[in-house]
Design a protein around this ligand. Structure first.
Ligand code: MN
Length: 494
């Protein structure tokens, strides 16, 4: 996909102060802030750059900085810190204007109190212990959603927390420019893949629109043999061919080239289709959709544009992390007592970024849809900790549900299963997790990610101003019932 890496985003380090302390102290504040920005950038822990912007001493300076941040496309958020005391009534008008993700880094320049050196000059310079409390009050008073990170800025945990939040913030900025292409409508009669596209654009910024499958077929017919050859070469370099039916694989290559042309022309980062609406297309895109997902595109089956958009966003947030992210569906359970597992798969479209090994290209019958047997990638998902995320439309608002899971090596080989497969144990256990997921209205489709964490997605929800439901080891039926009941009331009041 043609786009800048997320490393090209900047986060502006805005340091608050006031004129009370004199020129010398303010110069020292600025010098320290630069050292901290440099130190954070050199840590190699952060996905994006920290840019020291200003030591703000007046309401106008703060306001100008925030206005600039709002309008600068490369700025994905601000990080504030009060080295000295910055009376926060000075911040009200500026914070009222803030449109970018906001992190308050509660730290201090020095780690230790310098026992024999500490004097009133030191005390006048190193005030974040109380200065940051004044700063935090005004955001609390104004009900501004923000991330608070507390700890020494050189500590790995603090840097990792900041790194994770930066990814959430990038997800928020990217969400506001996300375009989703729907090839055809949803699968008929399915409820959870429906949704209010106007409401979603208002809340999340997504531009979700539909193109007729006939328009895609026109592009498909115009794909040249040379383009198909080049796509086949790319397949050969990435995957193992476990089929001799090259004509079938070539048709997938043609579909991929056509879909990529279409996506690029519209500047879209995600797409959906459905086996019910393929018109004259000879095969449901399998390998084609899988290979596009590997490249970073979001995908949703049966017209599920919400899971497609979330898959695209989570791939973008976790760019460069390497664990993998895919469209997923709970397919079938293994209900052995004490070893309950979910087998995740789809008709075809699981992303090879989560594969243990080189995925195999195979051709098999689909069983439904009445089209030619499509080529697809078959592989096993790798073991490891992961999350499942599902965004659902609750009517007037959306809710993101996240379940923590442990992916295991599939306990069976399942040699007759002709699709990619992943096996996992959800937290706290399959039966409880399924109950809680369904209580919250989680879809049968989800995004599975080894890289995103529940915290990263919770922070993303906070920035977007949407509801977050977390299912993990600690979640109980009664606590979740209580939360859903209260959040229904709270969201009605908004
Ligand atoms: Mn499905």
């Amino acid at each position: 996909m043609q786009r800048e890496p997320i490393g090209s985003y900047e986060f502006w380090f805005v340091v608050g102060s006031q004129f009370l302390y004199g020129e010398e102290t303010l110069a020292e504040v600025a010098r320290h802030a630069k050292l901290m920005a440099d130190g954070l950038n050199k840590s190699d822990k952060l996905p994006c750059k920290v840019v020291y912007k200003t030591t703000a001493k007046t309401p106008l300076e703060i306001e100008n900085c925030i206005k600039e941040a709002n309008y600068d496309d490369s700025c994905a958020g601000i990080i504030t810190w009060m080295h000295t005391f910055s009376p926060s009534k000075m911040w009200i008008n500026a914070l009222n204007l803030l449109q970018k993700p906001y992190c308050h880094l509660h730290t201090q320049f020095n780690r230790m109190i310098p026992d024999t050196e500490i004097d009133m000059d030191f005390m006048n310079l190193n005030q974040s212990a109380h200065g940051d409390r004044e700063h935090a009050f005004i955001a609390a008073r104004m009900r501004i959603g923000r991330k608070i990170i507390a700890g020494f800025w050189e500590d790995e945990e603090v840097q990792k927390e900041l790194a994770s939040w930066m990814r959430s913030a990038v997800g928020a900025v990217e969400s506001r420019k996300l375009k989703v292409m729907r090839f055809g409508d949803n699968m008929r009669n399915v409820a959870v893949t429906e949704g209010d596209k106007v409401e979603v654009q208002m809340q999340l910024g997504w531009q979700v629109n539909t193109w007729g499958v006939g328009d895609l077929i026109k592009v498909l017919d115009s794909v040249t043999d040379a383009e198909v050859d080049a796509q086949m070469e790319a397949y050969r370099s990435r995957y193992e061919f476990a089929t001799k039916d090259l004509e079938t694989v070539r048709y997938q290559a043609r579909e991929e080239v056509a879909m990529r042309h279409f996506l690029e022309k519209e500047g879209a980062q995600a797409f959906s289709n459905t086996f019910e609406d393929l018109q004259q297309m000879r095969q449901l895109p399998g390998l084609a959709s899988q290979d596009l997902m590997r490249e970073g595109y979001g995908y949703g089956g049966e017209g599920d544009w919400k899971v497609s958009a979330m898959t695209s966003l989570i791939k973008r947030m976790t760019e460069g992390m390497g664990g993998g992210t895919s469209f997923m569906e709970d397919y079938t359970y293994h209900m052995e007592k004490g070893n309950e597992l979910s087998l995740g798969a789809h008709m075809l479209e699981i992303c090879p970024s989560i594969s243990t090994e080189k995925a195999r290209v195979e051709v098999h019958e689909l069983g439904i849809g009445g089209k030619e047997p499509p080529a697809r990638l078959v592989f096993e998902g790798h073991p490891g900790k992961a999350i499942l995320a599902s965004l659902v439309d609750m009517g007037g608002r959306v809710r993101l549900i996240v379940n923590e899971i442990e992916v295991v090596k599939p306990i069976y080989r399942m040699p007759k299963l002709p699709v990619a497969r992943v096996m996992w144990r959800p937290e706290p256990d399959l039966n409880t997790a399924a109950k809680l997921w369904m209580l919250a209205g989680g879809a049968h489709h989800a995004t599975l990610s080894y890289d995103a964490t529940a915290q990263m997605l919770e922070d993303w929800c906070e920035i977007m101003g949407i509801e977050f439901v977390h299912i993990n080891k600690e979640t109980t039926l009664s606590s979740l019932k209580q939360q859903l009941f209260l959040s229904d009331l709270a969201w009605k009041l908004r």
